[in-house]
Design a protein around this ligand. Structure first.
Ligand code: NDP
Length: 448
């Protein structure tokens, strides 16, 4: 690999310190990106030395040999020209900026001639709705070709994606059963013990639906429902994902019937007393931001028509689970005399730690006519890099497989748009659940 440069716009921010630099450090430690130049830029009055300390703290000592800091307003074209002028070889520009600043920085880049090979790396949220995402896409399309745009979904690390694809398409056993003929429902649940954790500035404007369902969980749905790609190259893989998402819509025309929203009240979690979301510093309770969202979708294809896909994510949930669960239909007939087959068969794919579980009924110990539920489990191998290491590896290798394609980013906003509109209009009540509980009682999930 030849010389290249990573330019981080927003070098003094939280994402850079907490996720991006540690991911970069882990990637560089593998020796896969020799000759990298790192440039950090923000408005803070830092010097090279201060930035180097930040890099060393997050990345580890001596991992990055060439790095410098540029004090700049990244919405100013001349400042951007100066930053790009300091790059060696093709540059990847990482927008670790508030979304509104990212949009203005992209507008400013239109005034420059970007060198051949420039890549743009954009964070979530990508726009705030379908129209904003389309407008941002239109600007990006004037800057670089689509395959050089990386819309980051760090949730979809390579190992998680490959775990699901490997399970489905490198085995004979499961895939023939994954259709409406045998599957009763699919749930993708990503509940977290974490509460707001001082991120009101971002989260209170986003909420659980935009933060998790519209972005990450629809991507998981696409992996679970897609047809087998012939190869794993970016074009084919992203086409197959887009096919699923184009066929995905709300389960019911009424948002009240196919969505739930809720926010946590004060409670106790893991021995910690948590304040109500509405009382957290920086939260404007009148905005009515949800900390838990549930939406039910249909994937209107021959394979999946009639199977509900229930997606849910919530904050401050006790005994939280992070998994996709495929629940199978009951056997067409169970012979008279066998008892205890109350639980349907389930295939569970756990996220973090990534693991597989298959729940089914067998003749257990004791009475041979009495069936007992058992679980076969296996661990998926962990990835060799943290999520942002995987994101950056894709960027440096010019491989957009794991990044979200422009049309898909727009489409995911459009899928949830009727619910967002109904929630804004107050047509679906904002329920409450105590922090540390399992979420609101009125849930759309089939299993607790
Ligand atoms: P922060 O507010 O912590 O950091 C923003 C950075 O942008 C700061 O370095 C700020 O420095 C810089 N900045 C803002 N305006 C300008 C400007 N005009 N010129 C130059 N620099 C500017 O935000 P986060 O790091 O939390 O988030 C960044 C992005 O990452 C957002 O899109 C967010 O949604 C996304 N994200 C964040 C995650 C997280 O855990 N933090 C997780 C996933 C995504 P200064 O104002 O001093 O110039």
């Amino acid at each position: 690999m030849t010389d290249q440069t990573l330019i981080i716009l927003g070098a003094s921010g939280d994402l850079t310190a907490r996720l991006l630099l540690p991911g970069l450090g882990a990637l560089l430690a593998t020796g896969q990106v020799p000759g990298l130049t790192l440039i950090g830029a923000a408005r803070d009055d830092w010097d090279d030395e201060q930035w180097r300390r930040r890099v060393a703290e997050s990345c580890g000592e001596g991992v990055v040999s060439r790095t410098s800091y540029q004090r700049a307003d990244v919405t100013d074209a001349e400042d951007l020209r100066r930053i790009l002028g300091a790059a060696r070889g093709p540059a990847a520009i990482f927008f670790a900026l508030p979304p509104a600043v990212t949009a203005r920085a992209c507008d400013a880049l239109l005034k420059l001639d970007l060198p051949e090979g420039t890549r743009l790396v954009l964070e979530k949220p990508f726009g705030i709705d379908g129209d904003a995402a389309a407008a941002l896409n239109a600007v990006l399309a004037r800057l670089v070709p689509e395959e050089r745009i990386h819309r980051v979904d760090h949730f979809l690390g390579k190992s998680t994606v490959l775990n699901i694809l490997g399970l489905r398409f490198a085995n004979r056993i499961f895939e023939p059963l994954l259709s409406a003929e045998h599957v009763a429902s699919v749930e993708v649940v990503f509940d977290e013990a974490l509460a707001l954790e001082n991120r009101a500035g971002y989260y209170d404007h986003a909420g659980a639906m935009a933060d998790m369902i519209q972005s990450h969980l629809l991507q998981i749905l696409a992996l679970l429902a897609m047809e087998a790609p012939g190869t794993l190259d970016a074009a084919e893989f992203r086409d197959r994902k887009a096919d699923v998402l184009r066929a995905t819509r709300l389960w019911d025309p009424s948002p009240a019937a196919c969505s739930r929203r809720a926010r946590y009240t004060a409670g106790t979690l893991d021995g910690r007393n948590l304040p109500a979301y509405a009382d957290e510093p920086g939260v404007d309770p009148s905005r009515g931001t949800e900390t838990l969202a549930e939406l039910v979708f249909t994937v209107d294809t021959w394979r999946w028509a009639g199977v509900p896909f229930r997606l849910r994510s919530g904050k401050a949930i006790g005994n939280s689970r992070k998994e996709a669960v495929i629940t199978f239909k009951r056997p067409p007939r169970i012979p008279d005399g066998l008892t205890g087959c109350d639980q349907p068969d389930r295939l569970r794919i756990g996220f973090g730690p990534d693991a597989l579980g298959l729940d089914f009924n067998i003749n257990g110990p004791g009475d041979p006519f009495q069936l007992d539920p058992v679980t076969l489990s296996a661990a998926f191998g962990p990835g060799d890099l943290p999520p942002y290491g995987e994101v950056l590896r894709g960027v440096f290798e010019n491989d957009p497989t794991l990044s979200v394609r422009g049309d898909t980013a727009e489409h995911c906003w459009r899928i949830v748009a009727p619910v967002a509109k109904a929630w804004r209009a107050g047509e679906v009540p904002l329920l409450e659940y105590a922090a540390g509980s399992a979420g609101p009682k009125d849930s759309l999930l089939a299993q607790p």
